[in-house]
Design a binder for this molecule. Structure first.
Ligand SMILES: Nc1c(NC[C@H](O)[C@H](O)[C@H](O)CO)[nH]c(=O)[nH]c1=O
Ligand SMILES: CC(=O)[C@@H](O)COP(=O)(O)O
Length: 162
């Protein structure tokens, strides 16, 4: 189902574990910060709405999407978190850099999920233009940050039960 056919902000609290006992790390890219702040706000609001305690949400900023990998790695190593959310927005420019950044971050976040015991949630917008990013960070398609927060709660709960 394409994003255009669903609202990224929709969730049913009855289907989501209470997040009060979980500690979350959120690593936020400063590139396209109007977008990433909107994604962060969606994620933070959903975590709190589902019971997470403010003191159990640790936020770090990194310069760009590619640095999300290292930021998440150090978050896992040092902050005793149950799940990490990486938030970024990559928008296509004139060159192939878009493709390399998107693929690099995708592979790096995948590697963290394979190599560490803490789930890392992939909240990276990889858009053709700014309007697509606006639409997915609190616009007509909802907020991918909200979606990422719900995934984070579910994965933290899975990790606890596994
Ligand atoms: N063009 C975008 C970037 N580029 C920067 C890289 O992510 C990285 O910070 C740089 O190559 C130094 O290592 N980053 C984004 O997050 N979004 C973009 O649109
Ligand atoms: C994803 C990027 O790094 C890209 O926005 C940079 O723009 P350009 O490809 O025009 O240098």
């Amino acid at each position: 189902m394409a994003t255009a056919n669903k609202n990224l902000s929709n969730y049913d609290k009855n289907t989501i574990p209470n997040a009060k006992d979980f500690r979350f790390g959120i690593v936020v890219s400063e590139w396209n910060d109007k977008i990433t702040e909107g994604l962060y706000n969606g994620a933070e609001a959903a975590l709190l709405d589902c019971g997470a305690l403010p003191e159990n949400i640790v936020r770090w900023n990194v310069p760009g999407g590619f640095e999300l990998i290292y930021g998440a790695k150090k978050m896992i190593e040092t902050q005793n978190v149950d799940c990490v959310i990486t938030i970024g927005c990559v928008i296509k420019g004139e060159t192939m850099h878009f493709e390399f950044v998107c693929e690099g971050v995708t592979q790096g976040i995948k590697d963290l999920n394979v190599q560490t015991d803490v789930p890392t949630i992939f909240c990276l917008l990889t858009d053709n233009n700014e309007q697509q990013s606006i639409d997915r960070s609190g616009g007509v398609h909802g907020n991918k940050g909200t979606e990422a927060a719900i995934a984070a709660i579910k994965m933290a709960d899975l990790r606890k039960k596994a």
